[in-house]
Design a binder for this molecule. Sequence first.
Ligand code: KG4
Ligand code: ZN
Length: 350
Amino acid sequence: AKAPIILGIETSCDETAAALVDGERRILSHALWSQIEAHALYGGVVPEIAARAHVDHLDHLIRKALLDAEMKLADVDAIAATAGPGLIGGVMVGVVTAKALAFGANKPFIAINHLEGHALSPRLCADIAFPYLLLLISGGHCQLLIVDGVGAYERLGSTIDDAAGEAFDKTAKLLGLGYPGGPAIEQAALKGEVTLKGEIGRFSLPRPLTDQPGCNFSFSGLKTAIRRCAERLESEQGGLYERDINDLAAATQAAIGDCLINRTDHAISRYLDSRGPKAPTLVVAGGVAANATLRSRLETLAQGRGLSFMAPPPWLCTDNGAMIAWAGLERFLLGQNDGLAAPARPRWPL
Ligand code: KG4
Ligand code: ZN
């Protein structure tokens, strides 16, 4: 039998994307329109602008994905779209478009949880068996999960305030580095001096919750501490120099990294305590997983504890259509068809 082909649509935040993926883990095409420029002026995503931009671009991107793969809609076995969680205007654009295509072409429509798209994306890249340990770090979410199967997630911990990506974005805004903050902080940090935990460095930032058991995260205290450092420098020297910004970016990235490492280390222990001694793969996904320093720190942690490590390539970590197509494929293979009644959901926990 020929490998099934799924069209995946992503519109939950500020990327409009469509991709074709098949059951042999091939990405046949992927088309993406980043709205970053439309939002940069405002220092963050403006929901109304995002929804309108999805309307403007989605149909062209779907046509491009089909053309690039030299396929017609008739060649596709099912249409999957992010149905939440996310900015509801954008989610509705994706869901209604996917339903219309599914209805017109008489194909199944599969409603995908955006977080599940990130969570299953490693399986599009490599043959990773369930269960695995997942650190999901994006702009809206920050969680440690055991992924037991499609739709089967045991949450070990999550953030009690901001997500990791949010911490990057808010710090970048504070430092005048613009939006989106993650890549900007990563670049600035390369030129800055890292303040390692325990050392007397230029800036000492807190590592919230790391002195406590468990796998929850907290990042809002970090943001406040960085604001205080910036304000102190501004009053002492009348402004921030480039060197200050680079050093603060490096300190931010180091502090966020320490929190992620500490919590993931606890999660590894929890996994081994509750599931027995066979070490799982540690997988990291979501936009923040595009960060090279964080990836290598997490890989070192995994190696030190005898786990194998996997992170999708950076473009598959940030939002894209291929991960939604892949999650759609996994659900298609389980016989799922959500039909036209499936709702668009602003909130939808995994
Ligand atoms: O997964 P994603 O594209 O969208 C959500 O589902 O939220 O993640 C976006 C987040 C943003 O907060 C962005 O600043 C962060 O991922 N991000 C990064 C990097 N690239 C994107 N954070 C740190 N380092 C990066 N290189
Ligand atoms: Zn995402």
